[in-house]
Structure formats: structure tokens, C-alpha cells
Design a binder for this molecule. Structure first.
Ligand SMILES: C[S@@+](CC[C@H](N)C(=O)[O-])C[C@H]1O[C@@H](n2cnc3c(N)ncnc32)[C@H](O)[C@@H]1O
Ligand code: SF4
Length: 287
């Protein structure tokens, strides 16, 4: 009943995954090869009912459920509400239901629709901010400006979702690193999500960014440059009780803390990482 590949945030490692949609209905971000070989489909109602029944047979009592694939918020609100009702009925003791929520889908839904979705049991959203720099967002075809990203993020928070935002270290390369660091700090601060997750740019062999590397218009940051970019980003963040995690397999170094509370400690850790130059050995970002 699962159609691979499947992606989920690191914090959903123990969650039951229910696949309501396949692939990504947008699929244009240049850094993201996740679904480039998996055409987008919504699944028929009967297939979803069967999928939920089968999942319940193997995992009768999950604590957490993650709704895949890339953007279940692209579903019609009436359909999503129907699926959430079925999931809550099938798994009455589930403590948290979450999914990715891209900025375009969030902006497309009215506040009333998001409020209904939240009330129906979708507790948490993960939004790929990726960068807060206007030039980087445009370069990677994320489809929104920094102001639209902020509007999407603030809307999610107003509607009462637990909210996590992702930024990709190194996404602007050497050309745009400073704008990436400062813009990302500004956008994340304006949203003030509950969680701020950091990944590091991975370029695999089907990445749409490959041609930019080949023609020299994008030059990747090395580990020390990634750390310096992160230092600038964290220094400029103004956050209130935001859990910061850089624990994805792509990261050169693992950091965690609560911002702004632990800002000085985090900055000191990043400086120490630069000084000692010891980075995760498995961190081959260019595959
Ligand atoms: C599977 S995607 C789903 C995101 C969701 N569709 C959105 O737009 O918010 C999850 C996240 O993986 C990260 N990601 C995707 N490709 C990446 C890459 N090549 N390097 C690093 N992180 C990447 C991005 O932060 C992205 O938001
Ligand atoms: S980052 Fe999200 S919206 Fe962009 S292509 Fe990947 S899955 Fe789709």
C-alpha cells in the first residue's frame, strides 16, 4: 500500500505514515529531487480507506501519525476533513497528526479552511521556508517571496497549529550566502515557529541544480563556510522559545537549543566547530 520513495522529517521517525497523496503537486523547487521521478497523484477514496485499514491491522495504536507525501494540503478541504475524521475514528488514541505544508498551499487555503482542518485533528505542519532571501527563493523556484513566506507562516501560527520551519544551509552558494543568512534570520524571526529545523544542501545525481554547478553560476559552500553562514543566521535571529535543531543526516555538525534563550551558547558551539574543524565524516553533500 506504500508507494516509495517516502520522505518525512527526522522528528517523525517513529510515526505511522499514511500516504494520502503521492509525490508533490508543485514539484518545481530546483534543490529538491525528492519527487522528481514520482508523478503527483491523489489517491482514490477507496484506496485511502483500504490503506488506513491495513495500517491499523499492523499498527493498531500509534502515538503519532504523519500524512504523506509532500503536500496533503493541496487536497480539497472537504476531502482532507473526511480523511482526518476517518483517521481519528480508526486511531482514537493518536496524540499527534502532522504533515508537510508548503507555503503555496497554505496561502491558497482560507483561514476558515485551515481552522477547520486544525479542529479536525491535524495538529502540526512542517513548512519548507528553505531561505528568507528574495534572490535565493527566486533562484530555486520556491514560488513565493519572503513576504509571502512570512504571511503563510504567520497564518499557520494564528490558526493554532504546532509549527516547524526548515531552512537549507548553503542554498545560496558562495554567491548569495550573506543574503541567505540575513534573509533567513529575518523570515524565521517574523514567523517565530515552535521549531526551526536546519538541513544542509544535498546535490544528488538528478538534482536540477547540477547544471548551475557545471556552468559555474553556483559554487557550493565548504563545511567551514556553512558554519560561518549559520553563525551569521543564528546571530541575527530574534526568536521566542523556538526549538532549534540541526540534527538531519545532511548536516556537517549537530546542534540543538532553544532560541533566543541559548543563542550565546549556540554561537559559541558553532565557533568551536569552526575552530576544531571536525565535521561529520558521512557528510558527502555532492553525490
Ligand atoms: C520532502 S520536502 C517537503 C516540503 C514541502 N513540500 C514544502 O514545500 O514545505 C521536505 C524538505 O526537505 C528539504 N530538502 C529537499 N531537498 C533538499 C536538498 N537537496 N538538500 C537539503 N534539503 C532538502 C527541504 O527543506 C524541504 O522543505
Ligand atoms: S520542496 Fe516541497 S514543494 Fe518543493 S518540490 Fe520539494 S516537495 Fe515539492
Amino acid at each position: 500500500m506504500y508507494v516509495y520513495p517516502i520522505y518525512r522529517p527526522p522528528s517523525e521517525a517513529t510515526s505511522l505514515i499514511l500516504q494520502l497523496t503521492l509525490g508533490c503537486s508543485y514539484n518545481q523547487c530546483l534543490f529538491c529531487s525528492s519527487f522528481k521521478n514520482k508523478p503527483f497523484h491523489t489517491r482514490p477514496y477507496e484506496t485511502i480507506v483500504q490503506h488506513i485499514e491495513q495500517a491499523q491491522h499492523f499498527y493498531p495504536n500509534p502515538q503519532r501519525i504523519f500524512l504523506a507525501d509532500a503536500n496533503v494540503l493541496c487536497l480539497q478541504t472537504a476531502d482532507l476533513l473526511k480523511y482526518l475524521a476517518l483517521i481519528k475514528e480508526t486511531f482514537p488514541h493518536v496524540e499527534r497528526i502532522s504533515s508537510y505544508g508548503g507555503p503555496l498551499d497554505i496561502l491558497r487555503k482560507s483561514e476558515d479552511e485551515l481552522r477547520q482542518i486544525r479542529a479536525a485533528g491535524l495538529d502540526m505542519l512542517y513548512m519548507g521556508v528553505e531561505s528568507g532571501s528574495a534572490e535565493v527563493l527566486k533562484f530555486v523556484h520556491k514560488g513565493v517571496t519572503p513576504e509571502e513566506m512570512i504571511a503563510a507562516g504567520q497564518k499557520v501560527k494564528r490558526m493554532g497549529f504546532t509549527f516547524s520551519c526548515m531552512i537549507i544551509s548553503g542554498l545560496g552558494g558562495q554567491e548569495m550566502w550573506e543574503s541567505h543568512a540575513l534573509g533567513s534570520a529575518r523570515v524565521i524571526s517574523a514567523i517565530n515557529p515552535d521549531y526551526f529545523g536546519l538541513l544542509t544542501l544535498i546535490i544528488d545525481d538528478v538534482s536540477p541544480l547540477r547544471p548551475f554547478l557545471a556552468d559555474g553560476s553556483l559554487n557550493l559552500l565548504g563545511p567551514e563556510e556553512v558554519m560561518r553562514e549559520l553563525h551569521t543566521m543564528v546571530r541575527h535571529c530574534q526568536l521566542d522559545r523556538c526549538v532549534f535543531r540541526a540534527n538531519h543526516a545532511s548536516n556537517y555538525y549537530s546542534f540543538k537549543g532553544v532560541l533566543n534563550r541559548d543563542k550565546d551558547a549556540l554561537l559559541a558551539e558553532i565557533s568551536a566547530a569552526i575552530e576544531h574543524g571536525v565535521y561529520r565524516p558521512e557528510s558527502g553533500r555532492l553525490q
